[in-house]
Design a binder for this molecule. Structure first.
Ligand SMILES: Nc1ncnc2c1ncn2[C@@H]1O[C@H](COP(=O)(O)OP(=O)(O)OP(=O)(O)O)[C@@H](O)[C@H]1O
Length: 254
């Protein structure tokens, strides 16, 4: 991202963001509600064209790229987008193969194998024939992640992927994301999960990138107060994980 901005209704929602995401990195995008995380991810997925600056994949500006070309490179798991559909769970996961199929060609053996592997990876094999409308929020969320894996992308963008998941599935997903050699950019509200699993955190505030670095350098009491408006301390638990202990809402946020 180079000088990346996106505006709507006459307002800059993403402002002048410069950020290089390194191949294989797990990058956590954090920031309060409305700070521009989803908008930034949509710019990266090519859904929002930059109003200034550029998004580059491997140095190439994506302006003018087709959705299909972007999808061969990058998968995007948006915040719960609930469309009523008659599809089965397996059909939704198989949508991840669409960018690789000719217009009139059905799924081939590779497509089927990749979909089977993605279903197994998310523990969804037994649910592949279930009607979409009968699935729980967490099952749908995992299906969207399996669909993204079926794209075999080099880069995965995820917007709050843990929000419907129970605690075990949250850890399973974060293990999966941190363990993959793909480049991952994930927006998270859970600061402890973000600190534990991400190589680097990027903090957004009012559309701008205000800090970036290893979790311990980004999550400071000053930023938690100034950006999130909470009175908190950081430390480590007995397992060595970074913790954010919150006393409450800051009385005098910056
Ligand atoms: N199409 C749009 N038109 C006008 N304003 C928009 C549009 N899309 C987003 N916004 C505004 O831009 C700001 C940033 O929204 P965005 O969804 O990117 O934030 P976020 O950091 O992902 O928030 P959250 O944590 O609540 O999901 C918000 O104030 C939102 O209302």
């Amino acid at each position: 991202m180079e000088g990346l901005s996106w505006s709507a209704s006459g307002r800059d929602i993403v402002r002048d963001v410069d950020l290089e995401v390194r191949p294989g990195e797990t990058l956590g995008l954090i920031g309060p509600n409305g700070s521009g995380k989803s908008s930034l991810l949509r710019c990266l997925a090519g859904i929002r064209p930059a109003s200034a600056g550029a998004v580059r994949y491997d140095g190439q500006d994506i302006r003018g790229w087709s959705a299909r070309r972007i999808a061969r490179h990058t998968a995007f798991v948006e915040q719960a987008t609930e469309a009523e559909t008659d599809l089965r769970l397996g059909d939704v996961v198989a949508l991840g193969r669409m960018p690789f199929r000719g217009r009139w060609r059905g799924p081939d053996r590779t497509d089927r194998e990749v979909v089977d592997a993605a279903l197994a990876r998310l523990g969804l094999t037994g649910l592949r024939n279930r009607a979409w409308r009968t699935l729980s929020g967490g099952e749908r969320q995992r299906a969207h992640i399996a669909r993204a894996l079926a794209q075999r992308p080099r880069c995965i963008l995820l917007d709050e992927p843990t929000n419907h998941l129970d605690v075990r599935h949250q850890y399973e997903l974060m293990d999966l994301l941190a363990g993959t050699d793909r480049t991952v950019l994930v927006a998270l509200h859970d600061l402890s999960l973000a600190a534990r699993y991400c190589d680097r955190l990027v903090l957004m505030h009012r559309g701008s990138l205000v800090a970036s670095g290893p979790p311990g350098t980004v999550l400071t009491p000053g930023r938690l107060r100034g950006v999130f408006g909470i009175d908190a301390e950081t430390g480590h638990d007995r397992l060595g994980n970074l913790t954010v202990a919150c006393r409450g809402v800051a009385r005098d946020p910056a």
